[in-house]
Design a protein around this ligand. Structure first.
Ligand SMILES: Cc1ncc(COP(=O)(O)O)c(C=O)c1O
Length: 397
């Protein structure tokens, strides 16, 4: 074997995919696997609407198969600018929008532009693993600020304040949140904006679940910020049921032009990778121009599944859970001391998978604040959820 793999690549971990590999082995042994580990609605009974698939086909048939503008097709950026005005009352210029291959690429662009040599990024804890991975990858330090489980996972502002240092480059918000499902309240977002203003830091706002909320309305950080720069990251994956297209965008809300250097750097990165998918971008123009209730219908179905799952989960001894207000995950706490049999969340999750076929993700895969938890999606149909929760109940007995 030739051993040239870099340390930074060896360090990449992604629990969501790691558990999928164990699930694959379990399935090969003939056992039915119930996937509650995948945050992809299209994998369940939320197919891509026909008009969206047709738009992709037509884009290709109409010859849009060439490299396009590295910043993104202008027509798409115009539609995105209109959508940001209509939905969030933001005035974002077309040139302040960059089309990316998913939020994933947007996060990579921003983190690689801000982070090197021990610089710090403040991220919520528990954290979506991508933020940790990229920050480490670029030789920086991901610093988690606490989402407080006792306060329905709302951010702990005092903890955040304490963790700001002269190495901090930005504060990241992820609301609605993966994995906790919390929707940051308006007061908390304002407090974060004030802190960012005090320390002259930009805010990164991962908004991939902004359309998937229950009970409480979504609050867009940029719409609350008068002078603090906010970089919004969003995409088509979840809202428009096209996870596999890999299409996202980022926008700069930058009232006092503090981000000029960063914007130019990110644009250079965008040019270096030529462009994101041309056909997906032209299809996305059609998606945004077409009135459709596919997202509302998805959220309606998901709300029933959330309610069902939450009711089942909260009756299981050894688990306690905050009711999520957005996204499609539950993140229960496991009473490992009381349950006795398992030392760690990973032990329990792997045993659950091997014994029952129920595949969740262990909480420690979401950073240190995730320890002692597990993440379950409520994307499957209620019939499946019923089987799953029966299996979990029996397993714990
Ligand atoms: C919080 C969060 N951000 C980003 C992504 C990735 O989004 P995309 O498909 O646009 O790359 C996910 C996917 O699960 C996510 O949960």
């Amino acid at each position: 074997m030739i051993s040239t793999l870099t340390k930074r690549v060896k360090g990449v971990e992604y629990a969501i995919r790691e558990i999928a590999a164990i699930a694959h082995e379990v399935a090969k042994s003939g056992k039915q696997v119930y996937h509650l580990n995948i945050g992809d609605p299209v994998f369940y009974d939320f197919p891509t609407p026909d008009f969206i698939s047709d738009a992709l086909f037509n884009a290709s048939r109409n010859g849009k198969n060439y490299y396009v503008n590295s910043l993104g097709v202008v027509e798409l950026r115009e539609e995105l600018s209109k959508t940001l005005k209509e939905k969030q009352n933001l005035d974002i210029k077309v040139d302040d929008i960059l089309v990316t291959s998913g939020v994933t690429e947007g996060i990579n662009f921003i983190i690689s532009s801000l982070i090197e040599n021990g610089r710090e990024l403040l991220i919520p804890g528990p954290s979506y693993p991508l933020y940790i991975n990229y920050t480490n990858f670029y030789d920086g330090k991901p610093i988690e600020y606490e989402l407080d489980e006792n306060q329905d996972w709302e951010p702990n502002i005092e903890d955040l304040r304490k963790k700001i240092t002269d190495k901090t480059q930005a504060i990241l918000i992820c609301s609605p949140n993966n994995p906790t499902g919390v929707l940051y309240g308006e007061q908390k977002i304002k407090a974060i904006i004030d802190l960012a203003g005090e320390y002259n830091l930009p805010i990164l706002s991962d908004e991939i679940y902004d359309q998937i909320t229950y009970d409480k309305p979504y609050v867009c950080p940029a719409s609350l910020s008068k002078d603090v720069p906010v970089i919004g990251l969003n995409g088509f994956s979840k809202t428009h049921l096209v996870t596999g297209w890999r299409l996202g965008y980022l926008y700069y809300h930058d009232p006092h032009n503090k981000l000029e250097e960063l914007k130019n750097g990110v644009a250079k990165l965008a040019r270096a990778r030529l462009s994101s998918s041309s056909v997906a971008q032209y299809a996305a123009v059609e998606i945004l121009k077409t009135e459709s209730d596919h997202t509302i219908n998805m959220v309606r179905k998901l709300k029933d599944r959330r309610d069902y799952s939450y009711e089942r989960l909260r009756k299981i001894e050894g688990f306690s859970c905050v009711k999520p207000n957005g996204a499609f995950y539950l993140f229960p706490k496991l009473d490992l001391a009381g349950l006795r049999k398992w030392k760690t969340d990973k032990d329990l999750v792997v045993d659950l998978l091997k014994t029952t076929g129920v595949c969740a993700v262990y909480g420690s895969g979401f950073g240190s604040y995730g320890n002692g938890h597990m993440r379950l999606t409520f994307l499957p149909e209620i019939d499946t959820l019923e089987i799953v929760y029966n299996l979990i109940e029996d397993f714990l007995k």
